[in-house]
Structure formats: C-alpha cells, structure tokens
Design a protein around this ligand. Structure first.
Ligand code: 5GP
Ligand code: MG
Length: 188
C-alpha cells in the first residue's frame, strides 16, 4: 500500500490507498455489465435510487456505462453524523419518492456495513409499491451484519476498516479522493 499524492487530510490523519482508481474503474465496468444483463430484460425502465451523498461518484460512473433506459430518484440518508466512525442508525432525510410505485427499483449505495441503511431503505421503498427492488453497493464490509439484508450486487469485499474517498467522507471531507483509502489517526 502506498501514499497517494492526491490527499487532503487533516493534520493527524493519514489515508492509505486500499483500492486504486484503475481497479475501481475496472470493477464498475463489470458491475455495469452485470446490471445490464439483469435489468435489461425487465418490462419497463429501471429507476436508480442513489443514497446520497456517499454514492454520488459511484453512481455517476456506473450510469455512464449502463446501456439501458434508467431514471434517477436520489434519497438522502445519514448514519454517520460528523466525526462518527460507527453507525448511529440510519435516518432518512428525504421522503421515499412516490414515483417509485410500479417501477423496477435499484437502490445504489457506497458501502454495506451493518446493513441498517439498506434494510431501512428496502422496507420504505417496498412500502411505496414498486414492481421490484434490488440493491447494488460498491463496497461490502466483511463484518457480521447486525441487520440481515439482501444485496444482489456488490463490487468489492473489504476488511472492517473506516474508508474514505470516491464519495465516502469523514466529517464531510475526503469525498473527492479518486481512490478508496483507509483513514487512520482519527478517534472512534
Ligand atoms: P450501514 O447502515 O450498513 O451500517 O452503513 C452504511 C452507511 O454507513 C453507508 O451508506 C455509509 O454512508 C456509511 N459507512 C459505513 N461504513 C463506512 C466507512 O467505512 N466509511 C464511510 N465514510 N462511511 C461508511
Ligand atoms: Mg451512506
């Protein structure tokens, strides 16, 4: 693992590259193909529900490679307020859009950790009456899930470390790093 020159850490923080840009790009392309195969044959278009803000880079790269008709209806969920590095419980900041009724829905999130965010979202989206619900995450932490939840598509399994970059933040910073890195030097 090496130090990347593009860093924007606070004084005591260090970011060590875990997944570099090239590997992210390669895996996002594979996921796009996987999703095309799965969603391309459905009756009707697919509505992506990106979970803001962490998934914005992932979803932006992913949709440019999806050659199927899609719509986008973002929702905002916060589970790590400020400097927290452990989930404080998923809280939806926006109502689930009613337009998801009778749609094929793909929830897109940056990372699956405890499963709290995805299980809350799957339940709330399901309550609106969609035709189908699937989920896709870029990262999946190798931890026991405190919330049992289905996730049909996942990019990378990663160890139980707090990661930043490629959309993921710590206290609002580091989202603009083009790679996924492990943040050290922050208190829990
Ligand atoms: P869960 O609800 O599954 O515990 O966690 C999912 C959400 O927590 C993700 O959408 C993400 O916002 C946040 N999260 C979980 N692990 C990490 C991490 O290692 N780094 C960052 N920046 N956010 C995380
Ligand atoms: Mg999130």
């Amino acid at each position: 693992m090496s130090e990347h020159p593009h860093t924007n850490s606070h004084a005591n923080e260090d970011v060590t590259v875990l997944i570099d840009e090239a590997r992210i790009a390669e895996r996002v392309s594979e996921l796009a193909l996987e999703l095309e195969r799965e969603l391309g044959g459905l009756d009707g278009d697919v509505t992506l529900v990106p979970v803001m803000t962490g998934s914005m880079l992932f979803v932006a790269d992913l949709i440019r490679q999806l050659r199927i008709p899609i719509r986008i209806e973002p929702v905002t969920v916060q589970s790590y307020p400020g400097t927290a590095t452990h989930s404080r419980g998923a809280r939806l900041q926006t109502p689930v859009p009613e337009v998801l009724r009778d749609k094929h829905v793909l929830i897109v999130d940056d990372i699956l950790d405890s499963g709290g965010t995805l299980s809350v979202l799957r339940r709330l989206v399901g309550a609106v009456g969609p035709k189908s619900v699937r989920a896709c995450v870029l990262l999946s932490k190798d931890v026991p899930r405190s919330h049992e939840v289905e996730c049909e598509h996942s990019g990378f399994d990663i160890p139980d470390e707090f990661v930043v970059g490629y959309g993921l933040d710590y206290d609002g910073l580091h989202r603009n790093l083009p790679y996924i890195g492990v943040l050290s030097g922050v208190s829990e």
